[in-house]
Ligand binder design. Structure first.
Ligand code: SF4
Ligand code: SF4
Length: 452
């Protein structure tokens, strides 16, 4: 292309105006913005109304440290003005027929019920007539009471309760500020939710300790709590996560796959002590997959399994980590600052502030689209040649903190576990898909919620 913006053939080339008034050629990162009027625009924003504040002190929390991150969001609470601006801009920006508000933290219930009453009133004020507005609340449950549950039920909130397994497992990492246990309080909250018939799912963090007890964890959640939607999140935290954003590491310092530093527990390990071991992660998934397949498939949703089945049916991944691209799940902090993702709340990944710009412009900005494409573009050759590429897509970029055995950076720390799981589960998943294809497809649950 010549500087005048035409191809040598003389055909005018598509160009885009830069903010400084110059023009540059159109590329793939511009497409989502330029096609904004052609079909529904969907994105998801996770909000932090209490910032990173929490009444607990879980060992593996990646969010408490945001209060002290230089040039980060700091500590604080979302003001009424920021709340209304967020709700209005979010509803305006999503042109699809569903807008999902996800309230997270920190601990969002620290804001109290009056804050959430305001949320519901503002949503009703700004809702477009054809849109369904939904609310998710992710909570440790310890502050819930009857009044809360009545509100959650009346306003159709879907509650995610964080619980890591039976008492001895849960109390290992999910501790109060004084170091004390929290299991009884969380169980009391679950009983309250049940009594008030508030729909809830469970979110369980798989760490170095509970990964070795898969059936104790799964059976507790399934048989004792009666959870019918189980989300499992592997804990992977690079040392120094408090200050350094994922992928800003010096690639030469990253251990190679198979080296002891690529596992937790080694003095020079790349991850914190409580991070899940990659082999244990594979073991955990395989064991609970068998239990789910034998006893619960069709009745119970497990985030990793539902998405694997969906992908083998030719449907898109149900969760961002297994998608080819990401970037459609942003985070908004208490001060109105918008970040590329909940796991990228670092100054270099701030895409704007709703007090200075429009949320939907940020969601479809070149910067954000590039962030989403980078998930695919930064895949190492090793992943591109992997038999499980279309199931895994290198999983979440924040976990790509090791090198391949021949030194290529960007391999997922959990790779060994994923390979073990895919090798074990995929033959059975293929059988399930063959059975499902014989029946009419009935989507279940709220799988399109962008839940991570
Ligand atoms: S894959 Fe990871 S980085 Fe991408 S949106 Fe999901 S959690 Fe964020
Ligand atoms: S299983 Fe490992 S090699 Fe294969 S795509 Fe996933 S991270 Fe890459």
């Amino acid at each position: 292309m010549n500087p005048a913006g035409t191809h040598p053939t003389g055909t005018p080339a598509a160009t885009v105006l830069n903010p400084d008034g110059t023009r540059r050629p159109l590329d793939q990162y511009d497409a989502p913005r330029l096609t904004e009027n052609q079909g529904a625009r969907r994105f998801h924003v996770m909000s932090k109304p209490a910032g990173s504040a929490c009444n607990l002190d879980c060992s593996y929390c990646f969010y408490l440290s945001k209060a002290d991150l230089p040039d980060g969001p700091g500590s604080g609470r979302m003001s009424d003005e920021t709340l209304e601006l967020f709700i209005r801009q979010y509803i305006e920006g999503v042109t699809g027929n569903q807008v999902v508000f996800s309230w997270q933290g920190g601990e969002p219930t620290l804001r109290g019920l009056d804050f959430f009453r305001k949320v519901v009133a503002l949503e009703q004020k700004h809702a477009k007539p054809w849109q369904k507005i939904e609310n998710d609340l992710q909570t440790n449950g310890t502050l819930l009471n009857d009044e809360w549950c009545e509100f959650l039920k009346a306003n159709r909130f879907l509650v995610g309760i964080s619980i890591d397994g039976p008492r001895d497992i849960h109390d290992q990492c999910r501790i109060a500020k004084n170091g004390g246990p929290t299991f009884d309080k969380v169980m009391a909250a679950i009983n309250l939710l049940k009594r008030h018939q508030v729909p809830f799912n469970t979110l369980t963090c798989i760490n170095r300790y509970n990964a070795r007890r898969p059936l104790d964890v799964y059976r507790f959640l399934r048989r004792e709590i009666g959870s019918t939607y189980l989300q499992f999140i592997p804990i992977v935290q690079h040392k120094g996560f408090e200050l350094k954003s994922p992928q800003s590491w010096d690639p030469n310092t990253l251990p190679k796959d198979g080296e002891p530093e690529a596992r937790p527990g080694h003095p020079n390990s790349v991850v914190t002590d409580w991070s899940v071991d990659p082999e244990d992660w594979g073991y955990f998934l395989c064991k609970i997959f068998d239990e789910w397949r034998n006893k619960d498939a069709g009745k119970v949703l497990v985030n990793h399994f539902e998405t694997l089945v969906a992908q083998h049916m030719g449907l898109p991944s149900q969760i961002c980590i297994y998608g080819e691209f990401c970037g459609k799940g942003l985070a908004i902090e208490h001060d109105g600052g918008v970040y590329a993702c909940d796991h990228y709340v670092y100054p270099e990944h701030r895409v704007g502030n709703i007090h200075q710009g429009k949320l939907s412009d940020m969601a479809f900005s070149r910067e954000q689209v590039k962030f989403g494409f980078a998930k695919h573009e930064s895949l190492p050759k090793y992943c591109r040649q992997c038999a499980y590429l279309r199931d895994c897509w290198g999983e979440c970029p924040k976990n790509r903190l090791i090198r391949t055995a021949d030194g290529e950076p960007g391999l997922n720390y959990l790779c060994a576990g994923f390979k073990r799981f895919f090798a074990h589960a995929i033959p059975e998943v293929e059988r399930m898909v063959a059975e499902l294809r014989k029946q009419p497809l009935r989507p279940q649950g709220r799988l399109d919620r962008g839940i991570k």
